[in-house]
Write a protein that binds this ligand. Structure first.
Ligand code: SF4
Length: 349
């Protein structure tokens, strides 16, 4: 008997005895499972819950999602980050309505073909919403399996992920595949924790866990170092004229496409360079309010940002001038810029 073949019974018993009550688990449908899994990509459960509930209230069906306009869609996603997830949701909804007659596809292969759906998400939807015995292997599951089997292979290598997927496919219970996948995710999220000591004393798998038996669990999984992110410096201008702030549209292409931003330029400008930039924009400041520093991390890039807060005499320049309320409803301002609302003044930027 392999270590993983011992997993289903105690794991399902533990999950059945009590697990987190999450809105997408209370009422299961392919649509709700799909939207929740897309939101949960790269995002913590606690952060997703209010977004999920708001999204479902506004767009309760796949037809409603297919028909929504992009500004409304992005405003529902505002603050959640990785906005291509929202765009792919809508693209996929159009495909489901136009190509599948509004019926959510119900084979792993068809689900995997939807925009924005990868192996993990397809496995999760197929197992949770359609009871198909498909593993759902993400970083959490790779960590738990590496510890359970005391495996020191690099979990970032595609070959390791393929092998773990095959091993789980051989043991996933065909009568409860969705519960099995969710139980494994739950174990990784609440007991076999990342970046810290796992809570082995509370774990239903402790009796056969090889990482626990050999004292190696906390050092697993092995992850080869990723290449560092490219750093880009920016100076961001928060220009206020009365209750209005200057924003501009970022355009249809590239990073944060179709979103809005505060006016900004590459590099960390000195005060005189910033003044020259304002002149170039035909903007006349009458008060330099404060400066602040911030950073924002994307998948491959890190922005190091200096924020310059100014009051200007008139709403001039080639910008849109919106109130805070109008920014909230008409201009999806991503977190990279929105965070400047909350920053304290710093002297050394
Ligand atoms: Fe993780 Fe510890 Fe459970 Fe093993 S016994 S699966 S290391 S929590």
């Amino acid at each position: 008997m392999t270590t993983l073949s011992k997993l289903p019974a105690p794991l399902l018993a533990w999950y059945g005895a009590g697990h987190r009550s999450l809105p997408w688990r209370q009422e299961v449908s392919p649509y709700r499972t799909w939207v929740s899994e897309i939101m949960l990509q790269q995002t913590r459960v606690a952060a997703v819950i209010p977004y999920f509930e708001r999204f479902m209230a506004a767009l309760p069906t796949v037809e409603a999602l297919a028909a929504v306009d992009e500004p409304t869609l992005l405003s529902l996603w505002q603050g959640l980050g990785y906005y291509n997830r929202a765009r792919n949701l809508r693209l996929a909804a159009k495909k489901i309505v136009g190509f599948h007659g509004g019926q959510f596809p119900h084979t792993y292969e068809e689900i995997r073909m939807l925009p924005g759906v990868g192996d993990y998400t397809a496995g999760a939807i197929a197992s949770i919403a359609f009871s198909l015995p498909t593993p759902a292997v993400d970083g959490n599951v790779l960590r738990v399996v590496a510890r359970l089997t005391d495996c020191h292979d690099n979990v970032l290598a595609p070959a390791t992920r393929r092998r773990v997927t095959e091993e789980l496919a051989a043991v996933i219970p065909h009568d409860h595949p969705g519960d099995f996948n969710q139980a494994l995710m739950e174990l990784g999220a609440t007991v076999c924790l990342p970046n810290t000591e796992p809570k082995c004393a509370e774990c239903p798998c402790r009796g056969f866990c090889q990482g626990f038996a050999h004292g190696t669990a906390a050092s697993l999984p092995v992850r080869e170092k990723k290449e560092g992110r490219r750093k880009e410096e920016k100076t961001v201008f928060i220009l206020r004229s009365g209750e209005y702030e200057a924003v501009r549209y970022r355009g249809e292409e590239g990073l944060l496409a179709s979103l809005w931003e505060y006016p900004n330029v590459a590099g960390t400008l000195t005060e005189s360079e910033a003044a020259a930039q304002l002149t170039a924009w035909n903007v006349t400041p009458h008060k330099w309010v404060k400066k602040a520093k911030s950073k924002h991390i994307f998948t491959h890039i890190q922005w190091i940002m200096k924020g310059v807060y100014l009051e200007v005499s008139e709403a001039a320049g080639d910008f849109h001038w919106f109130t805070a309320e109008e920014i909230n409803t008409q201009a999806a301002l991503p977190t990279a810029f929105r965070q400047f609302w909350d920053l304290e003044e710093t002297q050394h930027v």
